[in-house]
Ligand binder design. Structure first.
Ligand code: ADP
Ligand code: MG
Length: 257
């Protein structure tokens, strides 16, 4: 059997904000097709960890590899690590899709224009090609009829599905989700989770910060529990949900049923 290819590797990631040590040495590997859920209490460092991956936050220490390629880092003025090669950073960012809690769509652009913006501007795709791909993606997330609508006329669940389509338009190798359903009314959560489940089933590599426990149990290949900036425990969902070794994880799971 061929060994799985590494899609993303984080090695010993540290991050401080002033005196506050938020990440204290997190190491994590996602192989191609892995769906890794990241759980943990508020303030445990989940968002900071995701944001360090494409340098939305600059880690204080550590290494980041996308595929086999290591992101080149150097110390910045404040001691945190910054990209040593701007061009490489931009290229790596285009390989990592990030879906936020707040959808961050351009309000003055139509849904279609939102989706083709980065492929045309960043990837220099011909416009007709980008439009054809955007139409496929809108179909995939169930919003083909909204192509000419503006974000304000969509529900939160629809906006988040557009945000996912926009991310997919860059054809990223890895998808990062930071609480993608937390800002949604409860009745709109499932339509977004269904799209994400579809991506997992397609074999996409995903890191997902979520409080949707049932979803995490159903789609994850690995579950990571973060506590005060360190991995408290990680393992397959059967272990993490049914039989965690850590008392902290047990307590968290029983208070989040
Ligand atoms: P989580 O996503 O698990 O809720 P975060 O990664 O957002 O946790 O935050 C972890 C800790 O880092 C919190 O104590 C938070 O207040 C702090 N923090 C996050 N971002 C910043 C920032 N830009 N400046 C200062 N402190 C921050
Ligand atoms: Mg967070």
């Amino acid at each position: 059997m061929a060994s799985a290819q590494t899609a993303l590797e984080l090695k010993d990631i540290h991050k401080s904000f002033g005196d506050l040590k938020v990440l204290k040495g997190v190491s994590l590997t996602a192989n191609d097709g892995d769906v890794i859920s990241i759980l943990g209490s508020s303030g445990s460092g989940k968002s900071t960890l995701l944001r360090c991956i494409n340098l939305l936050e600059n880690p204080s220490q550590g290494q980041i590899l996308v595929g086999q390629e290591e992101l080149q880092l150097k110390p910045g003025k404040d001691g945190n690590l910054i990209a040593a090669n701007r061009k490489q950073l931009e290229q790596m960012r285009s390989r990592i899709g990030f879906v936020f809690q707040s959808f961050n769509l351009w309000p003055h652009k139509t849904i279609l224009e939102n989706i083709i913006e980065a492929p045309v501007q960043v990837l220099k795709q011909p416009k007709a090609e980008a439009i054809a791909r955007a139409e496929q993606l809108l179909e995939k997330v169930g919003l083909a009829d909204k192509r000419n609508a503006y974000p304000d006329n969509l529900s939160g669940g629809q906006k988040q599905r557009v945000a996912i389509a926009r991310t997919l338009a860059m054809d990223p190798q890895v998808l990062l989700f930071d609480e993608p359903t937390s800002a949604l009314d409860p009745e709109l959560v499932n339509e977004v989770l269904a799209v994400m489940k579809g991506l997992a089933d397609e074999g996409r590599t995903m890191l997902i910060v979520t409080h949707e426990m049932r979803f995490a149990r159903d789609v994850s290949s690995q579950v990571v529990f973060l506590h005060e900036g360190q991995i408290e425990e990680m393992g397959p969902p059967e272990q993490m949900f049914n039989n965690p070794k850590s008392q902290r994880v047990q307590d968290f799971m029983s208070s989040h049923r």
